[in-house]
Design a protein around this ligand. Structure first.
Ligand SMILES: Cc1cc2nc3c(=O)[nH]c(=O)nc-3n(C[C@H](O)[C@H](O)[C@H](O)COP(=O)(O)OP(=O)(O)OC[C@H]3O[C@@H](n4cnc5c(N)ncnc54)[C@H](O)[C@@H]3O)c2cc1C
Length: 495
């Protein structure tokens, strides 16, 4: 067979020798891949994982480790929080939309407690402690936190607030390098190894192999590259794509999420969209290709105590919500223009708190003013614009209300003086959440709506529970949940 770098499918009849062979072949050894591997091996399949880098982990092992779970998990219960699958579903349908895959969200919420118990059974540790401060992550190794704005407007009025950000316990974490995600991946990778899952590293899949003697055009393997040489891998039962998002594919970002151009974050270079392209090469459907998680590079302890305004000096989001929502609103609706206005007292109060992301504290402020008028003029905002915003905000804040955006009383205090202005323009980045459309068994769906025989996918190369919105933990959440399903379904195929 000739050397290839194409994503076009290869015909099995052109391959005279397979370099590797297994029942289930999984591409990518991150969160979706490891969960698929465990379940496929438990179902009795011989499993081979192909990983592009030199070891297991992916973005998952660098991540903060939030797993979005609820419906009454033992951790929620132990910490005194009431939740139900129905309540969780109400939140997710609204907060992660518009346009969520309702069947998937329903299925995910119904299975969430079982999934938590499964993670614990694989050795993932959760500390029975709640972190209730604003933050991107808990400051220490606490196991539970609000991670999607559940307790803030508008969602607190739609579903009963419950924290669902479940975090594996990790001491001495290093944000962005080795956090809770490492303590999620480590026991899972060890479990997979214990079950006899084989892994081949430094091997990069490039195309799918289809059975040209079969009408269904079943996927029966992959072609990969290792150290510049082509490698062929036969999958007797099925192939699982678990190669991550397209955050680092410039062409795809330009085509689908242009606002995210040149600002990948919470992702790794290996997320080049290959899984999506390979599915598309066989006619797969995609969904929500314009959707993205958006991080806001600011300390939530400061954001919750200040006022965020746009280039016209107007507020546009309740500042006490999940900071990812502030990021999405800034990038998607304000042209990435935002400023934080905060008074000295609130700034000192924020600085006195603990935070896992203190490096986002951005000292010193770019502008200062003894009065709002002076700050407004220093910032070059149209005369009266910021003054009008603060006047309205302060008038209601004096009574602890925010009729414009619904900020909670505990975070709603009038701004005093002196004041500081922080420049938060271009302070966003993120990763894509759209991808291959899959069913509840993680089968990749053809544009006709039928599953593509022999092809499964999970994780960020698929469209999971998020459509437009995002909550921290939904990526590791649906990646692990539907990774398991992919492994089970692929292993169940009769070879
Ligand atoms: C700093 C940081 C913090 C984050 N915090 C959170 C959080 O708290 N909660 C949350 O839900 N999400 C978080 N995320 C995002 C989350 O880690 C990812 O979205 C998630 O890991 C996606 O799962 P996945 O299995 O699709 O991809 P990954 O876990 O990245 O696994 C994909 C694997 O596929 C491999 N691969 C890619 N291409 C190929 C190829 N051609 N052949 C073979 N292998 C290939 C990659 O090398 C990688 O190992 C964070 C990410 C980062 C970086």
């Amino acid at each position: 067979m000739s050397e290839t770098t194409t994503v076009r499918p290869q015909r099995a009849s052109t391959i005279d020798q397979w370099d590797f062979e297994a029942d289930v072949v999984i591409a990518g050894y991150g969160i979706a891949g490891v969960c698929a591997a465990i379940e496929a091996a438990r179902a009795g399949a011989e499993v081979l994982v192909l990983e592009r880098t030199g070891g297991w982990g992916g973005a998952a092992s660098m991540s903060g480790g939030f797993i979005y779970l609820g419906g009454g998990t033992p951790l929620q219960k132990a910490l005194g929080f009431e939740d139900s699958p129905e309540n969780m579903e109400k939140f997710m349908v609204t907060a992660l939309g518009p346009g969520v895959d309702k069947a998937k969200v329903h299925d995910y919420c119904q299975g969430s407690v079982e999934h938590f118990n499964w993670l614990v059974a694989q050795g993932v540790p959760f500390k029975e402690e709640f972190w209730g401060e604003p933050g991107w992550e808990p400051a220490h190794d606490e196991g539970l936190m609000y991670s999607g704005g559940e307790n803030a407007a508008p969602f607190s009025g739609i579903a009963t607030p419950a924290p669902r950000g479940h975090l594996p316990q990790m001491q001495n974490k290093r944000t962005g390098e080795k956090g809770g995600g490492y303590m999620l991946m480590k026991p899972l990778a060890e479990t997979a190894e214990g079950l006899g899952v084989r892994a081949e590293y430094d091997i990069r899949i490039q195309s799918l192999v289809v059975d040209d003697s079969d009408d269904a055009g079943r996927v029966v393997g992959v072609v990969a590259k290792r150290y510049g040489k082509q490698v062929t891998v036969r999958a007797r039962r099925g192939v699982v794509l678990a190669t991550g998002s397209f955050a680092y594919n410039q062409e795809m970002i330009e085509a689908y999420v242009p606002r995210l151009l040149n600002r990948p974050a919470a992702s790794i270079e290996q997320h080049d969209g290959i899984g999506i392209l390979l599915g598309q090469s066989l006619g797969a459907q995609v969904a929500h290709m314009d959707a993205a998680e958006v991080a806001f590079f600011a300390d939530p302890q400061m954001v919750a105590r200040g006022v965020i305004v746009n280039a016209r000096g107007q507020r546009f989001i309740n500042e006490d919500t999940y900071c990812g929502r502030v990021g999405q609103a800034t990038l998607n609706t304000q042209d990435n223009q935002a400023y934080l206005i905060i008074d000295e007292q609130a700034l000192e109060a924020a600085h006195a708190t603990e935070s896992a992301t203190k490096f986002f504290r951005l000292e010193p402020p770019k502008w200062t003013g003894e009065t709002v008028a002076e700050l407004e003029s220093e910032m070059g905002l149209p005369e009266g614009a910021l003054q009008a915003t603060v006047e309205v905000y302060n008038r209601f804040a004096a009574e602890g209300t925010d009729p414009l955006l619904g900020r909670r009383a505990e975070w709603t205090k009038p701004l005093g003086a002196p004041l500081a202005g922080f420049d938060l323009r271009e302070h966003t980045g993120g990763f894509t959440t759209g991808g291959l459309k899959t069913d509840l068994d993680s089968r990749v769906l053809h544009v006709s709506g039928e599953p593509i025989a022999g092809l499964f996918a999970a994780g960020r190369c698929t469209s999971g529970v998020c459509a437009g919105g995002y909550a921290s933990g939904t990526s590791l959440g649906d990646g692990s949940f539907y990774g398991r399903r992919a492994g089970q379904a692929a292993a169940a195929i009769q070879d």
